[in-house]
Design a protein around this ligand. Structure first.
Ligand SMILES: Cc1cc2nc3c(=O)[nH]c(=O)nc-3n(C[C@H](O)[C@H](O)[C@H](O)COP(=O)(O)OP(=O)(O)OC[C@H]3O[C@@H](n4cnc5c(N)ncnc54)[C@H](O)[C@@H]3O)c2cc1C
Ligand SMILES: NC(=O)c1ccc[n+]([C@@H]2O[C@H](COP(=O)([O-])OP(=O)(O)OC[C@H]3O[C@@H](n4cnc5c(N)ncnc54)[C@H](OP(=O)(O)O)[C@@H]3O)[C@@H](O)[C@H]2O)c1
Length: 426
């Protein structure tokens, strides 16, 4: 066994990196293959790979330029001292401003730094319809500094201080602010208060590795790891942005060249049944297909005799039918016994995996009642929740249980006691 870990990652390269979507798809879902080289890294179907991203160089340079730093300045970080450029590249998440960083600005903002804006009115009896002219005037804020003939009607604090107060007092405003902003945006709003290199990195979020469900069996292509990755892209404040790790893998990792830190994140629970004659039902829309591709490869290599039922879904058959050829070959050969596909944006009505589960409720119950395993992978917040509810409904309707009994059967019996309802959701 190797001892690579999040703190001591193996430096891997990519062997392959291509888009799985059909032409015209608005999604970017990639098949990415990592080379395990001589790492000695081992894994099983169901495990996840940890990937350590690096921050975009243009963002690092943008922050340095905005602050007037060279990048060579030394800063203290949670991993010890390093140059500011290294800290911004490898130690902090600079693509999303942190709440703590904004909260930390408080004492420095209220210390009176920055300009003070005063709105004043100068009455001119002879001009304009109502006889008044409204003007903005920036001054020191000291009373004596107001020119003759002007009357102060109110003063405002530094606009950054006002913004800061709004953000720290209103959690929703804070969420909205950080959702769409990186440190270039943050420095545009608050940069005038001035930062030392240390103050700049203080309270930024530490850079975290991302996990990806492995989409291959170790016996399918020894020495390689396949991933199925949905690239996160969006545009805010007229700048294109990307998820930290998905943007790194999609845009800045050259095949056979770029070094990428990886480590294994083994699962103890999300595993295939030991007995290959056990039936398995797999529900994996979108990138949720990843571990099921690994499971199917493994079951085929092992000659597992149990039946395989795959529920997959995504936006459209033309654009987002991931691994279509492989899946259809398995279906045509009879290795995939049941194959149900839910296209959510193909017609006027949404079709989701749980709708197809519902249509096949009796059969699902029969497979489960016969000792089958039930697996779910993919979106945690909506899909997995709805699939869970549907599974309970199916067990109630076809297993002759009340709703409470079916809930107990699924959540305690299948999930905890028998451990044959298994989830890999994120
Ligand atoms: C066990 C496990 C297995 C996983 N397996 C897979 C897998 O097989 N395939 C896969 O693709 N992912 C998988 N993930 C998710 C993966 O770990 C990352 O979370 C994902 O790739 C995003 O990482 P990122 O660094 O690119 O994005 P980040 O920089 O972390 O940003 C992602 C966040 O961006 C935000 N966001 C999205 N859209 C917008 C927008 N329009 N404006 C502002 N913010 C927005 C969302 O809050 C989202 O959470 C898995 C996660 C876990 C925990
Ligand atoms: N911001 C974006 O545009 C965007 C794009 C892609 C992925 N993502 C995010 O990236 C992650 C991975 O995405 P992914 O490509 O794996 O696909 P995904 O977003 O999980 O979608 C896969 C399929 O699941 C459907 N779905 C949505 N809600 C569902 C529900 N309640 N029950 C069952 N199915 C449901 C989707 O339909 P519908 O989408 O038609 O509802 C789609 O057909 C997700 O966390 C997702 O939020 C965001």
């Amino acid at each position: 066994m190797s001892d690579w870990s999040a703190k001591n990652p193996y430096s891997s390269n990519l062997n392959e990196n291509y888009v799985l979507n059909g032409e015209g798809s608005l999604k970017e879902t990639r098949h990415i293959v990592f080379d395990l080289g001589d790492s000695g890294l081992q894994y099983k179907a169901g495990d996840a790979l940890g990937v350590i991203p690096r921050c975009p160089p243009e963002l690092v340079e943008g922050i340095l330029t905005t602050c007037g730093f060279s990048g060579e300045e030394e800063v203290e970080t949670h991993l010890g001292a390093c140059s500011l450029r290294e800290a911004l590249t490898d130690r902090y998440e600079i693509h999303r401003i942190s709440k703590k960083w904004i909260k930390g600005l408080g004492s420095r903002l209220s210390s009176g730094s920055g300009s003070i804006e005063i709105r004043i009115v100068h009455r001119q009896r002879t001009s304009s319809q109502d006889g008044s002219v409204v003007m903005d005037w920036r001054g020191s804020g000291v009373e004596d500094d107001i020119p003759d003939g002007y009357v102060e009607i109110g003063s405002a604090r530094d606009p950054a201080e006002v913004l800061w107060a709004e953000l720290t007092e209103d959690p929703k405003a804070m969420e909205d602010y950080i959702w769409s902003r990186d440190y270039i945006d943050g420095l545009a709003d608050f940069g005038h208060i001035g930062f030392t290199p240390q103050q700049l990195v203080e309270d930024m979020d530490r850079l975290k590795p991302r996990l990806y469900s492995i989409a291959s069996s170790p016996d399918f292509e020894p020495g390689a790891i396949h991933l199925t990755v949905a690239i996160v892209r969006y545009n805010h404040h007229e700048r294109d942005r990307a998820g930290l790790c998905t943007g790194f893998m999609a845009d800045r990792c050259e095949i056979d060249e770029t070094e990428i830190g990886v480590f294994m994140s083994p699962t103890r629970s999300f595993v295939l049944p030991e007995d290959g004659s056990t039936d398995v039902i797999m529900v994996g829309p979108g990138t949720g297909i990843a571990p099921f591709r690994a499971f199917l490869q493994q079951r085929e290599i092992d000659g597992a005799s149990g039946r395989n039922w795959l529920f997959f879904g995504d936006w459209t058959e033309e654009g987002e039918y991931l691994y279509r050829e492989e899946m259809e070959a398995w279906r045509d050969s009879g290795f995939i016994d049941r194959h149900d596909l839910a296209w959510s944006r193909a017609g006027s009505e949404k079709v989701y995996v749980q709708h197809l589960m519902k249509q096949n409720g009796e059969q699902i119950w029969n497979w489960i009642d016969g000792g089958g395993y039930f697996y779910v992978c993919g979106d945690k917040n909506y899909m997995a929740r709805d699939v869970h509810t549907t599974l309970i409904e199916i067990c109630s309707e076809f297993g002759g249980m009340s709703e409470d009994e079916a809930k107990e059967f699924v959540e305690t019996g299948l999930m905890k006691t028998e451990k044959r309802y298994l989830r890999d959701v994120y």
